[in-house]
Design a protein around this ligand. Structure first.
Ligand code: SF4
Length: 742
């Protein structure tokens, strides 16, 4: 019996599921994980941990965990699989995908992932070795999760920006350079409930403890809104109108930072003219938030010496979300908050190391401009949407699923699905996704548990490793980190191990320079001047060195532009509130607001029939998207899929607390248990996405109850955005309640 040993590592994906970044201590005994504890020495989370990572032992050793490669026997949906060896799995996949490539071209296979887990690196590596341009967050209508905001930030200010919570500084809050934001707007995000996109949610609370005041923009009431100086409880999907209204107040009351605007802003005069179209009364009518409160919030933000905005996915789910993101970027810009202590600090991958193409520059850094140009020719959506063509390397997901179904302009014959339970998770028009994917000649799913997607579609299922069972890299801003394998479960392999092996089979020439995966990691770590093993010897993480990857005021010091001149990485060298890049993409160069595709204003007849606005997808500490419903410690906290209903709405429909009801519209109906609460306003309902029931029958037609509980079966598509990015209708779809038996 071995004594227990405690190892340190960093979290990214499977197990906790999330965007990761925190440091955890893993207590290992006899080769098995016995316990998880937050790593107090890791600067990112400073010892803190969420329920999901603390429940890792139940996840890793769950009786239903898939620990060997599986081959489907019998028809799709029968749920019959037999274990096979890795060799047979790799050989079968190699043969089937090469046959498809031979017959239909590499572009006829789509490489699909879920959200920003540790997957963009291994998946693009595999897709491009195979020769397919079609890397997609399949199912996520409009790619409506961070990409629209990232693309807008790149276009408008040449870089990404996040709230400065001292996360780029080794000494964190004790660093003398850092000052707390005076005011933080939490826009469509309840930070305590999750760690979105390389951001530790509790940093906002750390700032509140150090004096930061909160302005909360959220249709729902939460722990954060209850502690806010102003809670702007807007109508879902009207975020753009609110931002334009706040800009109207700040500009017309002369509250903006003249010095910053005069020196670093392009197109202010045009912006001033545009915001005149958004007087407070009009904005109050659109947003259903009081005009005086909007004005007070605008004055408070503009009046702060240091202000910042922490925003969430609802921005991406607005109609024409890139214009909404543009308006919000203008708020932190004209108030002079870019890259100052306690402001909107510029976020760059630490040491210039890239592991995941968050931007076009990183895509080119990883794979070269020649490949990017070559892939663009057949990438789905690149010809229809200039922004999709030029920003990152995604295929446009709504167009991918339509093309899978129609086979036009060219057929799609195969799907590689990794870290994505498409049918039970992100897919708007979920049933249509099933029909289209079921047309594929060959489908491989890489996952850790059976779910509706593996059961309904997979020909081969490959068992993936959790973060405790893999080596990997993470350079999503700071710190630069390595993930170190500490235990082995069954025959599970990491996404990198699986994709590296197959990439070498599909393109031996371009991969021969790396004999091992560690060679590839060392190659990617080159900009940091360290190898994987050296990182391990030095604690596993590194904060950014002085220079372009570390704050503050880099625009003044010539650390942002490639030519070393002061300014921003944009065509004008300034922050473009009148955006030349948007103009070159045939988009409006100025921000504006567009009404949601479904509402009392845009679809009055539909609203007559379905008068409730359905908000889906608020984060939970217990479940990450469609994961973790089989984990007892987590499931006992929320055993059933709930719908939040205001008491007045409940009376209107005769619904009692705890009663099972239907949420329905013309797309179908979904079951929920009613939770009567004042967290939502009358006329709005909120429910979590990603629900399916692991305890139900897995084989078709039941598929773990997915068609009864998956809210996205009644969320329409395609996206509602001119840029091709954003506009997924997950927060604004109309519905009504119906009692069981009706
Ligand atoms: S949600 Fe946060 S605390 Fe939990 S595992 Fe992910 S990064 Fe760590």
């Amino acid at each position: 019996m071995d004594a227990a040993t405690t190892y340190r590592t960093v979290v990214w994906s499977a197990g906790a599921g999330c965007h990761g970044g925190c440091g955890q201590k893993l207590v290992v005994k006899d080769g098995r994980l016995a316990q998880v504890e937050g790593d107090e020495d890791n600067p990112w989370n400073q010892g803190r941990a969420c329920p999901r990572v603390l429940a890792l032992t139940q996840y890793m050793y769950h009786p239903d965990r898939i620990t060997r490669p599986l081959k489907r026997v019998g028809a799709r949906g029968e749920g019959r699989f037999e274990p096979i060896s890795w060799d047979e799995a790799f050989d079968t996949i190699e043969k089937r995908l090469k046959d498809i490539r031979e017959k239909h071209g590499a572009e006829s296979v789509v490489f699909a992932q879920g959200t920003g887990r540790d997957i963009g690196g291994p998946l693009t590596f595999l897709a491009y070795a195979y020769g397919s341009p079609n890397w997609a967050q399949l199912g996520l209508s409009g790619q409506s999760c961070y990409t629209p905001r990232l693309g807008s930030m790149k276009a408008v200010m040449g870089d990404f920006g996040v709230v400065d919570c001292s996360q780029f500084l080794e000494k964190r809050y004790d660093d003398p350079q850092w000052q707390p934001p005076e005011v933080i707007i939490t826009w469509g995000q309840h930070p305590a409930n999750g760690c979105p996109d390389a951001f530790f949610g509790h940093w906002i609370i750390d700032c509140m403890r150090r004096g930061s005041k909160i302005i909360a923009v959220d249709p729902r009431s939460t722990w954060t809104t209850a502690r806010a100086a102003h809670h702007l409880q807007i109508r879902p999907g009207t975020d753009g109108a609110l931002a334009m209204g706040m800009l109207n107040v700040i500009i017309n009351e002369d509250l903006y930072d003249h010095e910053f605007v005069d020196k670093w802003v392009h197109g202010f005069a045009q912006l001033r003219e545009r915001v005149q179209q958004y007087p407070l009364e009009k904005v109050a009518a659109i947003t259903e938030a009081p005009a005086e409160q909007i004005a007070a919030a605008a004055r408070m933000f503009a009046g702060a010496k240091r202000g910042a905005i922490h925003w969430g996915v609802p921005i991406d789910m607005c109609a024409d979300s890139t214009a909404v993101a543009h308006a919000i970027i203008c708020l932190w810009t004209i108030t002079g908050n870019i890259d100052i202590p306690g402001g909107q600090v510029i976020a760059r991958p630490s040491h210039g190391v890239s592991t995941y193409p968050y931007s076009t520059e990183e895509l080119v850094q990883l794979y070269g401009e020649e490949l990017r140009q070559r892939l663009m020719k057949k990438r789905i959506g690149a010809d229809a949407y200039p922004m999709v063509r030029d920003f990152r390397g995604w295929a446009q997901p709504d167009m991918v699923i339509d093309q899978m179904f129609t086979g036009k302009p060219y057929p799609i014959k195969g799907a590689w699905i990794q870290t994505a339970n498409i049918l039970g998770g992100q897919a708007a028009r979920a049933k249509f996704h099933f029909e289209a994917l079921n047309k594929m000649e060959f489908v491989v799913v890489v996952d850790l548990f059976h779910n509706p997607t593996t059961m309904a579609l997979a020909d081969i299922v490959l068992p993936a490793a959790t973060f405790a069972e893999k080596d990997s890299l993470r350079a999503w801003w700071a710190p630069l980190s390595i993930i170190q394998k500490r235990v082995q479960v069954g025959e599970c392999k990491s996404d990198w191990e699986i994709n590296f092996e197959l990439a070498r089979r599909f393109d031996p020439e371009s991969t021969k320079r790396w004999a091992t995966l560690k060679d590839l990691f060392d190659d990617r770590l080159r900009p940091a001047g360290l190898t994987f093993n050296e990182m391990a010897e030095q604690g596993g993480w590194k904060m950014p060195p002085e220079g372009p990857f570390k704050p503050y005021r880099r625009h003044e010091r010539g650390l942002l532009r490639r030519d070393g001149k002061p300014g921003f990485s944009t065509s004008t060298g300034k922050v473009e509130v009148y955006c030349e890049t948007f103009k070159s993409w045939d988009l409006d160069p100025l921000p504006y607001y567009r009404e949601p595709p479904q509402s009392a204003t845009s679809t009055p007849e539909l609203f007559e029939k379905y008068p409730l606005v359905m908000i889906t997808g608020a984060r939970s500490q217990l479940y990450f998207h469609s994961e973790h419903r089989m984990i007892p410690w987590l499931r006992e906290k929320m055993p059933d899929p709930l719908v939040e209903v205001h008491p007045e709405t409940a009376v209107r429909y005769g619904v009692q607390d705890g009663e099972w009801v239907w949420l329905e519209n013309d797309m179908g109906r979904v079951k929920r248990k009613a939770k009567i609460t004042r967290q939502v306003k009358p006329g709005h309902v909120h429910t979590m996405h990603g629900w399916w029931l692991p305890e139900r029958e897995g084989k078709a037609p039941d598929l773990f109850g997915v068609w009864e509980y998956q809210i996205n079966t009644i969320v329409p598509g395609p996206q509602c955005s001119k840029s091709g990015f954003g506009g997924g209708q997950y927060k604004t779809t109309l519905c009504r309640l119906a009692k069981m038996g009706q």
